[in-house]
Design a protein. Sequence first.
Length: 178
Amino acid sequence: MENYLENKRRSLKFLGYSEEEVENVVKALTCILKTENCLSKDEALALAKQIRPVVSSDIHIEVGKPRGNKVWLVGSRIYDESYIYNTENDDYTLANDLVELAEITTYHQCHHQKVLRPTIYEVLCQIPQELRDKAVAFELYVEKAGDVYNYPLDRHILKCVLYTGKQPDKIANCEVCW
């Protein structure tokens, strides 16, 4: 991690970032790197069964908080597959009875600057411990166009709405795969 941070520091200085900006980025990256891969496989699978992704029907790739009917998404592997491109979700069970619990900022590995590929695992690692027992669902959205790719952090920055409520039995009984 230290080599990565030092290389990032040198790169940002070379590009003309101020010393203060560089240190702010390094501080943020240090926090981000500590949360990545913080859950064991068993912990992640248990949490993924409890906290599932939802998506709003109004998904016009717009910036801003999601609107419209929400549906549960199931069927994705949680660790190495982006759930937003899941083509196996053929149920579309409505999730409109959820209540917003909290909103957090999440950071996601960048495989391509303009292609968001958040994994369920990345989200679960970043949910604060005190919210994990209360949350049953999450939904991601882009708050600002500039966050689709944040160069200094080399991450996508998304807002994550956590919801409380109850998962329908057919959702709660769906298998979760690593």
